[in-house]
Ligand binder design. Structure first.
Ligand code: TRP
Length: 353
C-alpha cells in the first residue's frame, strides 16, 4: 500500500517550539526518511474559522506565517505538498457525507472538543461548524488516503474519531477509505511542552510561548525568566527536576554534543540532573545552558525563515501549486466515495434505475 502522510496546523498564529518538538521536527524526519510516497502538509484555515468566524483577517494573516514556519523547519516543497485547506472544496463535500455516519453524542464526547468548548466558553452556544470539526478533520485525512498522521498528543481523539468514520464508511458502502495511524513523538518530554510560565500548555493567549521566529534576545529573555522549581530558593538547596520546565526543555532539545560545546564539566543530562537534585547547582547556570542549546537549535530555523521571507512571491507559488495537487488527489478520493455511495449518477453515461 502507498505510504502517505497528511497533517496540518490551524493558522491562528506563528508556530512555536511546542509545535516544533511536538510534531514539526518529526515531520521533517519522516519527510527525509524516504519512506513515504506522498506527504501533504495542510494549513487548516477552514478549521481555524470554526472558532474564529469573526476574525477572518487573523486567519488570512497567518497563512503565510505558518507557511514560512513550515519552510523554516525544513519542510521541502520538492518533497512535501504544502496547501491550504479551504482551497480544496472536496474536503467539505466529504465532510457532509461523513456527518451522516456520526452521532451528535459522539462528537460531544470527543475529549479535545469538550475541553476546547470549556476554554472558549462555548457551552451555551456551540457553533455547529465547531462541533463538527473532528468530522471535517476525518475528511482531511481520508481525502488523501493518509496512512500516517504525525501530530501532537492533543490530536489523539481526532484520530480515534477518524478511524471510526473510516470503519463505518467501509462497512456501510464497501472498502473505500484507509485507516490512518497516528505518529506521536517518541520522546516523552515532547508530548506536551509546558509554557515558559510552567503552565501545562504553550499557548498564544497565555503569552508563554517561544516562537520559531523569535530573535535571539527574545529567546534569551524568555529562558532567563522561565519558571523553575519554586522550592529551589538557594543554590545549595536540593531541586526538583520532574515537572521543572527548564529540565523538560532540556529533555526535549538537548543533544549530547551540546555538553561538549557549552557545558563540558558535565558528561551529560543525567549528571546535570543529579547535581540539581543534590543541591549546589543554580537555576541561572542551567538556564544559561538551556539558552545556548535553544539558540543553537533555533538559529538555522530563523535564518531559513528570513531567507523565505525575502521570497514571499515564491512562497505563494509553492502554496498555489500545492493546492492544485491537493485538489487533484482529493478529487480522486471523492470519486471513489461517490461511486461507493452510489451517487456517481453521470459517471457511466446516463442515469438508470
Ligand atoms: N486539528 C489540527 C490542529 O489543531 C489541525 C488539523 C486539521 C489537522 N486537519 C487535520 C491535523 C488533519 C492533522 C490531520 O492543529
Amino acid at each position: 500500500m502507498k505510504q502517505v502522510i497528511l497533517t496540518g496546523d490551524r493558522p491562528t498564529g506563528r508556530l512555536h517550539v511546542g509545535h516544533y518538538v511536538g510534531s514539526l521536527r518529526e515531520r521533517v524526519e519522516l519527510q527525509n526518511s524516504g519512506k513515504y510516497d506522498d506527504i501533504y502538509i495542510m494549513i487548516a484555515d477552514a478549521q481555524a474559522l470554526t472558532d474564529n468566524a469573526e476574525h477572518p483577517e487573523k486567519v488570512r494573516q497567518n497563512i503565510l506565517n505558518v507557511a514560512l514556519d513550515y519552510l523554516a523547519v525544513g519542510l521541502d516543497p520538492e518533497k512535501s505538498t504544502l496547501f491550504i485547506q479551504s482551497m480544496v472544496p472536496q474536503l467539505p463535500e466529504l465532510t457532509v457525507y461523513y456527518m451522516n455516519l456520526v452521532t451528535v453524542a459522539r462528537v460531544q464526547r470527543n475529549p479535545t472538543v469538550k475541553s476546547e468548548i470549556q476554554m472558549r466558553n462555548f457551552e451555551a452556544s456551540i457553533p455547529v461548524g465547531f462541533l463538527c470539526y473532528p468530522i471535517s478533520q476525518a475528511a482531511d485525512i481520508t481525502a488523501f488516503k493518509a496512512t500516517a498522521v504525525p501530530v501532537g498528543e492533543d490530536q489523539l481523539p481526532m484520530l480515534e474519531q477518524c478511524k471510526e468514520i473510516v470503519r463505518k464508511f467501509n462497512a456501510t458502502y464497501g472498502e473505500t477509505l484507509v485507516e490512518p495511524e497516528i505518529i506521536l513523538p517518541s520522546n516523552k518530554a515532547c508530548l506536551r511542552l509546558p509554557g515558559i510560565d510552567g503552565k501545562a500548555k504553550m499557548s498564544k493567549s497565555l503569552g508563554n510561548c517561544i516562537y520559531l521566529s523569535d530573535e535571539p534576545e527574545e529567546i534569551r529573555e524568555k529562558i532567563m525568566s522561565m519558571y523553575t522549581d519554586p522550592n529551589h530558593l538557594r543554590v545549595q538547596d536540593p531541586g526538583q527536576v520532574e515537572g521543572n520546565p527548564v529540565f523538560i526543555y532540556l529533555d526535549a532539545f538537548c543533544r549530547p554534543e551540546y555538553f561538549d560545546e557549552f557545558l563540558p564539566e558535565y558528561s551529560g543530562l543525567d549528571e546535570l540532573k543529579d547535581h540539581y537534585r543534590r543541591g549546589g547547582l543554580g537555576d541561572v547556570k542551567v538556564k544559561r545552558f538551556l539558552n545556548s542549546v535553544m539558540q543553537a537549535e533555533l538559529e538555522p530555523i530563523r535564518t531559513r525563515r528570513k531567507m523565505w521571507q525575502g521570497r514571499l512571491g515564491d512562497v505563494a507559488e509553492i502554496l498555489k501549486a500545492g493546492c492544485d495537487t491537493a485538489r487533484a488527489t482529493a478529487g480522486d478520493t471523492l470519486g471513489d466515495v461517490r461511486r461507493a455511495m452510489q451517487i456517481d449518477y453521470f459517471e457511466n453515461g446516463t442515469l438508470t434505475i
